[in-house]
Design a protein around this ligand. Structure first.
Ligand SMILES: Nc1ncnc2c1ncn2[C@@H]1O[C@H](COP(=O)(O)OP(=O)(O)OP(=O)(O)O)[C@@H](O)[C@H]1O
Length: 261
């Protein structure tokens, strides 16, 4: 296992958010975390990236607890793109992407030729090379998302954590970002753990799905086998019809109604 989460408990004040959460991710897997608003998905990703410390439990990367890892060592293995980014986007695309190299720089904090090559490689992979001199805050939503993913790629991590990578994007940019995620997984073998709201995207683009409900993992399993009426009603409180997408060889749902509690 590349990452294991064992018995995570998290409270904010006296409110229990996560209670004995366990998950395991194999190298090269795409794993989605789904669940209703406020169930603790982002909190879990923040714990996986050590942006939050849980009251109980352990996160292990390559079998080693992340608790005592040096920040630079952790950042070389794991890149996290949170939902809200506090960094000013008044930089050029190239400058922002180059920040991904910081965990790898020596004392001088100077980018060497190899770092610049990796920055170019990351921009190429995410198709933002031609935007390199543009200021990030002039980009479209899809271009900006690709630039942030390029920055995370420049870290050369083993694992990429993405919190709702398609939120606020129109349907074509959503497809573009999801296809990029698939390509990065297939061509680089990158392990990807993401929070998604769109259950159809989660099913189509993931190997495994974990559903959070009532502070714990209520369901988990193979993405193409997890959908059932019991799952949709138990996790999201909806009735939905389930069909098969023959082209992509996976199921999809059409939500019909919210169930009465
Ligand atoms: N720093 C904090 N202090 C207090 N409560 C918090 C804090 N961060 C999150 N919460 C609460 O914890 C719960 C889980 O929040 P979280 O953002 O993890 O949920 P989520 O599943 O990602 O939600 P959404 O789908 O709406 O993005 C929510 O009730 C939220 O208000």
């Amino acid at each position: 296992m590349i990452l294991t989460v064992d018995g995570i408990c998290m409270k904010f004040k006296e409110k229990v958010i996560l209670d004995n959460v366990n998950l395991s991710v194999e190298k090269g897997e795409v794993v989605s975390i789904v669940g209703p608003n406020g169930c603790g998905k982002s909190t879990l990703l923040k714990i996986l990236s050590r942006n939050l410390s849980p009251q109980k439990g352990n996160v292990c990367l390559h079998g080693k607890s992340i608790k005592h890892m040096k920040p630079k060592d952790l950042a070389k293995k794991l890149a996290f793109l949170p939902q809200s980014r506090s960094v000013s986007s008044d930089f050029s695309v190239e400058t922002l992407v180059s920040y991904g190299r910081y965990p790898h720089l020596g004392f001088s904090n100077r980018l060497k030729a190899m770092d610049l090559e990796i920055v170019d490689w990351a921009m190429d992979k995410t198709r933002v090379l031609e935007l390199r001199n543009r200021t990030v805050n002039t980009l479209s939503g899809g271009e900006a998302q690709r630039t942030w993913i390029a920055m995370a790629l420049a870290q050369r991590p083993d694992i990429l954590l993405l919190d709702e990578p398609t939120t606020f994007l129109d349907i074509s940019f959503q497809l573009e970002v999801m296809e990029l995620i698939k390509e990065l997984n297939q061509t680089l073998g990158l392990t990807i753990i993401m929070v998604l709201h769109d259950i159809n995207q989660a099913v189509r683009y993931s190997h495994k799905i974990y559903a959070l409900k009532n502070s714990t993992i209520s369901h988990h399993g193979h993405a193409h086998q997890i959908l059932s009426h019991q799952f949709l009603s138990g996790v999201f409180n909806i009735d939905a019809d389930i069909f098969t997408d023959d082209k992509n060889n996976c199921p999809y749902i059409i939500p019909q109604r919210v169930k009465k509690l």
